[in-house]
Design a protein around this ligand. Structure first.
Ligand code: MG
Length: 372
């Protein structure tokens, strides 16, 4: 089998975007790889779609500077890990991190989709099998503006069957008293037997301020505190992790296992690679194993469409210690309708797809309606 065409497709929801909120499910970069046998693989990249498209569509320049699509044409798609290395090497001059690794991640997912479809097996079966067939999910959404709304959101997600809820970004970081009031109200809405996760969304400025706020939040039992600081402020992460009992989580901005080693060194307890950004399915398995052997935890970041949901569930299925699945409950068209599967919640858990490849069906009408 040979790869014949690599498409990078920019999708945008009808009616335009609100660029001021942290919601990447309003647009998407879809990857579609065609083969001479007719098998088609899908992947997605949760990054800046137009930039990732340029990285995939660019022509070859020299041995270490090539557009990624050109490196795949004519290759055997049934070797995703080998081709991932080919893409990494062929983009060294301008790659190694950031958007190039994001693009490689989406392409690698599409290659695994092809490999699974060709074998008639789900991706997790090709990774060694499923340690879990269903994963406990947490509802993931944005922190609303007021405590009253925060109480209503967690109550609604609890009512919807989730046993864990995360609220992130929004007003967090504007004011210490408001931060604590939002968390208190969110706990009130969630009830006592629901895990409550707080994603600060990079908004705290100093370690001292952060330590104070986490200590004030601890009566409301945050399950973890996520991304309190900008990703490169590792000294602040280390100071906060040393000072408080609540676990600190980070990693959705990182790419490759090397970046995650730095987070471990800074005392981050929960590593959060995004399968469409950190390097792909194999790389996320390596990061999860790094966390495990270091006595830490790995809970993958996942936001946006059903392709990300499916790819994440396959990685989690293959992890011996899969704790939680991040279930984005944003109601955007791309998040809810790009794939036909609904990923229903049953007893607070989501089933790992069992169909060939990713195990999801793409809705071509949504591609037509949202294609830029
Ligand atoms: Mg986050």
């Amino acid at each position: 089998m040979r790869i014949t065409e690599v498409e990078a497709i920019v999708l945008r929801q009808a009616g335009g975007l609100d660029e001021t909120i942290a919601d990447g499910s309003q647009d998407a970069l879809l990857v579609r790889i065609h083969t001479d046998s007719g098998v088609v693989g899908y992947g997605e990249v949760d990054s800046l779609p137009s930039v990732v498209k340029a990285i995939i569509d660019a022509p070859r320049s020299h041995k270490y500077a090539s557009g990624l699509g050109a490196l795949l044409i004519g290759q055997d798609p049934l070797e995703p890990a080998v081709l991932r290395d080919r893409l990494y090497t062929g983009s060294l001059y301008y790659g190694r991190r950031g958007a190039v690794i994001h693009a490689i991640s989406g392409l690698e997912i599409a290659l695994w989709d092809i490999a699974g479809k060709a074998a008639g097996k789900p991706i997790h079966a090709l990774l060694g099998g499923a340690h879990h067939t269903r994963i406990r999910a947490y509802a993931s959404t944005l922190m609303p503006e007021t405590p009253a709304e925060a109480r209503a959101v967690t109550a609604a997600q609890r009512e919807g069957g989730f046993s864990a809820v995360k609220l992130g970004y929004g007003p967090l970081g504007r004011d210490g008293d408001l931060d604590v009031a939002l968390v208190a109200a969110a706990r009130d809405g969630a009830g006592e037997d629901c895990d409550l996760i707080i994603d600060v969304g990079l908004a705290w400025r100093s370690a001292r301020e952060a330590i104070n706020r986490v200590r004030r939040m601890e009566p409301y039992r945050p399950y973890w505190i996520e991304e309190p600081f900008m990703p490169d402020e590792l000294g602040k992460y280390a100071a906060l992790a040393r000072a408080v009992d609540t676990p600190i989580a980070a990693g959705e901005q990182e790419a490759t296992t090397l970046d995650f080693q730095q987070l471990l060194d800074a005392g981050v307890e929960i590593l959060q690679p995004d399968v469409t950004r950190a390097g792909g399915i194999v790389e996320c398995g390596r990061i999860a194993e790094l966390a495990r052997v270091s006595g830490r935890r790995c809970v993958l970041h996942a936001w946006s469409t059903g392709i990300i949901k499916a790819a994440t569930l396959h990685v989690l299925a293959a992890m011996p210690e899969a704790e939680l699945f991040e279930y984005c409950v944003q109601t955007t068209e791309l998040n809810q309708r790009l794939v036909t599967e609904a990923f229903p919640l049953l007893d607070g858990k989501v089933a790992v797809p069992t169909g060939p490849g990713l195990g999801v069906e793409i809705d071509e009408d949504v591609i037509k309606a949202c294609r830029v």
